[in-house]
Design a binder for this molecule. Structure first.
Ligand code: SAM
Length: 227
């Protein structure tokens, strides 16, 4: 686990201090987290962004021993709890790390050989209901741009939320992106891959969650792919 506080910095942090914290976080990812992932073996990863307490991913990893799973979250206490869960369950195909998504994905892109993601989950991520806060939502065009070069055609992105407006927004973001295609609910591959109630799903008072799966398109289908 990367040992530093939340990636959300107050606006008053001077730029040079911010850069130095960012550099420390990157160094910690490279030294402590990446060596525990099977990147050098060329094995693709299953990633949960904003894994919280790790309920869902721990159950997923136990049910899919052939996949190597990584869960990341901003908050140290959640990653500590998730890590204890993985240790208790003796899961050798699961690592949790405290990391901010864009920093983590940017660092993954610089790995040699290049890291690859086969499956990405974004579950019950904070909806940030006010329009002026939408820039904080995890699922937005910049995330899809960053994920595209880390994935191969056919890689899947699975999104679930209990917030109807965020669901509509996220679907539109994916539908508008040239590198990703929304699966129709009738497609067998579009079915939700694994059911297990997460902590925030259990806490949800907002009614039935909504989900979608999206596929990474091949380069010749995806004109304008950001590299
Ligand atoms: C509402 S919780 C959902 C947690 C879990 N997926 C669940 O369903 O129980 C959202 C989580 O995303 C994390 N998060 C928010 N923005 C993030 C980012 N940019 N990078 C990594 N984690 C993030 C938060 O710290 C929080 O734990």
């Amino acid at each position: 686990m990367v040992g530093f506080a939340s990636a959300r910095l107050p606006p008053a942090v001077p730029l040079d201090l911010y850069s130095s914290i960012r550099d420390q976080r990157l160094a910690a990812l490279r030294a402590d987290v990446f060596p525990r992932l099977p990147i050098a073996e060329g094995r693709p990863l299953t990633l949960e962004i904003g894994c919280g307490h790790g309920h869902y991913l721990a159950a997923y990893a136990a049910a899919h021993p052939e996949e190597f799973c990584v869960g990341i979250d901003l908050l140290e206490d959640r990653i500590d709890r998730a890590t204890r869960k993985a240790t208790r369950a003796k899961l050798t195909n699961l690592v949790f790390a405290q990391a901010e998504a864009s920093l983590f994905l940017g660092a993954l892109r610089e790995c040699t050989p290049p890291a690859r993601l086969r499956r990405i989950f974004v579950l019950f991520s904070d909806p940030w209901p006010k329009r002026r806060h939408w820039k904080h939502r995890v699922l937005q065009p910049a995330l899809l741009d960053t994920l595209a070069p880390l994935t191969e055609p056919g890689a899947t992105l699975h999104f679930r939320t209990d917030h109807p407006d965020y669901f509509t927004y996220a679907r539109e973001v994916v539908a508008d992106h040239l590198a990703w295609r929304l699966a129709s609910p009738e497609e067998p591959e579009g079915r939700w891959p694994f059911e297990h109630v997460s902590v925030f799903e259990e806490r949800s008072l907002a009614g039935a969650p909504q989900s979608f799966t999206a596929f990474r398109l091949a380069e010749n289908q995806a004109r304008g792919l950001a590299h």
